[in-house]
Write a protein that binds this ligand. Structure first.
Ligand SMILES: N[C@@H](CCC(=O)N[C@@H](CS)C(=O)NCC(=O)O)C(=O)O
Length: 218
């Protein structure tokens, strides 16, 4: 039995999408990101920092999305993996974890624009700085996907579920005019049946209510 603990519009979407890409059977447990339930003792017993994703699998719980992607690919013999010895192994690992470099800016921007909803709590300076830093990371991805359709030349892999989710969320904070290859990458992602299935499973939006969050004047 595989059981995914998930919140709508969160990083657990990476795991949700990957499970669909791999065609694995799983149970989905939806939680609210805002209700405080991730701090309940029962949930903390699964994910000690009260975060999603958490994946119950093979009699244990994994609570870090990159580790989950590695574990799923390794143990389920997936073509979305690049095993040790594969010429794309180093790139596979690097891009999988680079998603969290992008993710730190997305988390900071989410905090500034969405979580700190009172204007006096926010800082336009931090918003601008974080948007610029996000852009620098997405420019790295732009260069890669302008050379080939997916992050690895050998084709779609688990890496694309991590980077793809980060790029998708990045569009809420950054105009993509200067990132045309990334915009086309997102179109390719949107056409994938497993991505659509994951979208349908994601649950009602709870966090992001606007398609774009502009930096306020001042
Ligand atoms: N590096 C972790 C980050 C997990 C994480 O911070 N998830 C957020 C959602 S995007 C969360 O659970 N936040 C709930 C909270 O901080 O209370 C991963 O990739 O799994």
């Amino acid at each position: 039995m595989i059981r995914l603990h998930h919140c709508a519009q969160s990083r657990s979407f990476r795991t949700l999408w990957l499970l669909h890409e791999m065609g694995l059977e799983f149970e989905l447990v939806r939680h609210s990101l805002l209700s405080g339930e991730l701090r309940d003792a029962a949930y903390l017993a699964l994910s000690p920092a009260g975060r999603v994703p958490a994946l119950e699998i093979d009699g244990q719980v994994l609570f870090e999305s990159g580790a989950i992607a590695e574990y799923l690919c390794e143990t389920r013999a997936s073509p979305l993996w690049r095993a040790p010895g594969d010429p794309e192994r180093a790139d596979w690992l690097q891009w999988l974890h680079f998603a969290e470099t992008i993710g730190q800016h997305l988390a900071n921007l989410t905090q500034q624009h969405v979580v700190l909803y009172e204007d006096h709590m926010r800082s336009p300076t931090v918003m601008k700085l974080e948007a610029r830093r996000l852009e620098k990371t997405l420019e790295v991805v732009e260069r890669v996907v302008s050379r080939h359709d997916w992050m690895l030349e050998g084709g779609f892999s688990a890496v694309d579920t991590a980077i793809g989710y980060a790029a998708l969320l990045g569009r809420r904070f950054l105009r993509f005019e200067g990132l045309p290859a990334l915009a086309r990458y997102l179109e390719r992602i949107a056409a994938r049946p497993a991505f659509r299935a994951a979208r349908a499973d994601d649950g009602p939006p709870e966090l992001y209510t606007k398609p774009f969050y502009a930096v306020p004047d001042g």
